[in-house]
Structures are given as C-alpha cells and as structure tokens.
Design a protein around this ligand. Structure first.
Ligand code: DC
Length: 223
C-alpha cells in the first residue's frame, strides 16, 4: 500500500521547511532526496574521487550507506554510521553537489534508493524529480515555486542570520543562472509534472503554504 506525496521545486522555494512541517502534521515520513545527493557528494570529497572516474564513482555508490533517523525530534542524516546532518550543508558539498547530481549512474542509484526508502510507507518526499521520475504515480504532486527575487530575498536573510554578507544582487544573479542550468539540463531537467498542483509561495506565509498542502492531501485522502 503506502501513500506518496511528492514535492518538487527550485532551490529557495521553501520545499524543505514546508515538507517537514506537513510531514509532522500529517504523520508522513519526511524524505529529503537532496540529502542523498549531498551524502554521495561528501563521500566523493572525502575519498578524493574525480567526477569523470566512473569506475570509482560506481564503487563509491556500493560503499555508501545512508540512513535517516529521528532523534529528540530532530531529523538526522547518517552516512556509514556517522551523523553528517550539518556537514552535508557546508560550502564544499554545496559547490559540488549539482555536478554530482548530473552523473547518470548517481541519479539511477539515488532514484532506486529513494523508491526503496519509501516502499510501503506513508511518505512526503522532496526533491527535483520526484513527481516526474521517482514516483510518476505519486498520490499527491506539488510543485512549489517562488519568484527569483523572493528566493534571493529569503537566501539573503538566511545568510545574514549565519553572518554571511553576500550582496542581494549577487545572490539574485546566481539564482537566475542556476534556474536556467537546472531547467535546460540534459539530465533530469527541473520541470513541473503535468498533474502536479502549482503553488507560488512568493506572497504566502509558511503557515499558509503548509495549510494549502495539507488541504490538498486531505482532499485526496477523502476521495
Ligand atoms: O535540495 P538540495 O539543495 O539539498 O539539493 C542538492 C542538489 O541535488 C541540488 O543541486 C539539486 C539536486 N537534486 C536533484 O537533482 N534531484 C533531487 N531529487 C534532489 C536534489
């Protein structure tokens, strides 16, 4: 059986926050597929593997064991037994994860793993290609978006809280470039599934988006 809610969208659309909150409120297991790509990237960094060395990448995929655990209400990610929740958000991983996520065997492996993690469970899964590729038959599909300006504003605010002072204009420019790369990529381009419900969160509060997603899920469950 099981029940799958797929949430896709660009970086900065609020996917992570929304997906986690909806998961808690509707008792759905929260799965962050970006974290899977980040773990593989961290392993590649730690073992000095070149991205064009496909033999080593294949071996790396066989050696990587990723687990999601909930401890004291916190969602933790473990890579081969080590808590890497914070480590996978650091700059070196940030910079390499996009090229790693474009390697075909990596995508195939993570897609299979994502399906396995969700098997038979009630899940809410966030990523880029969940509704289009990982679970084309998902029970609910959401495409969460926001304007580049709004996403840049959010990132700017987050950075300031972390003491990072990148100018707004610079953040906006990199978001626009990244969107273009993501949408025109040959491998798994970011696009909305035809049957996904589009939510533009630009002028919505977190609570409003969470309530809208819950409404969509509840409607689906009732039918
Ligand atoms: O959402 P995030 O920033 O943690 O994602 C990390 C990278 O992985 C990002 O470059 C997009 C990519 N990704 C992907 O290609 N497919 C997914 N299902 C999830 C993430």
């Amino acid at each position: 059986m099981g029940f799958v809610v797929a949430v896709d969208g660009p970086a900065g659309s609020g996917k992570g926050t929304i997906t986690k909150l909806v998961g808690e409120k509707r008792n759905l297991v929260y799965i962050d597929t970006g974290a899977l790509y980040r773990c593989v990237t961290l392993y590649i960094i730690k073992n000095n593997i070149e991205l064009d060395d496909i033999t080593s990448i294949k071996k790396c995929l066989d050696s990587v064991n990723i687990e999601f655990k909930k401890e004291n209400g916190q969602d933790l990610v473990f890579l081969n037994g080590e808590d890497v929740t914070k480590r996978i958000r650091e700059k070196d991983v940030d910079e390499l994860v996009s090229p790693v996520s474009h390697i075909v065997i990596v995508r195939e492996n993570i897609t299979t793993l994502s399906r396995k993690i969700a098997e038979g469970k009630y899940v809410i899964m966030e990523g880029r290609d969940i509704g289009t590729n990982v679970f084309p038959n998902a029970d609910v599909k959401i495409y969460l978006d926001a304007t580049p300006e709004e996403r840049a504003k959010r990132r700017f605010k987050q950075n300031r809280e972390k003491g990072i002072n990148t100018p707004y204009e610079e953040i906006l420019e990199s978001i626009i470039i990244r969107d273009k790369n993501d949408k025109t990529s040959n491998v798994a381009p970011l696009k909305q599934a035809e049957d996904a419900i589009y939510i533009d969160s630009s002028n919505m509060t977190i609570e409003e988006v969470v309530n809208r997603v819950i409404e969509i899920i509840d409607e689906k469950k009732a039918n």
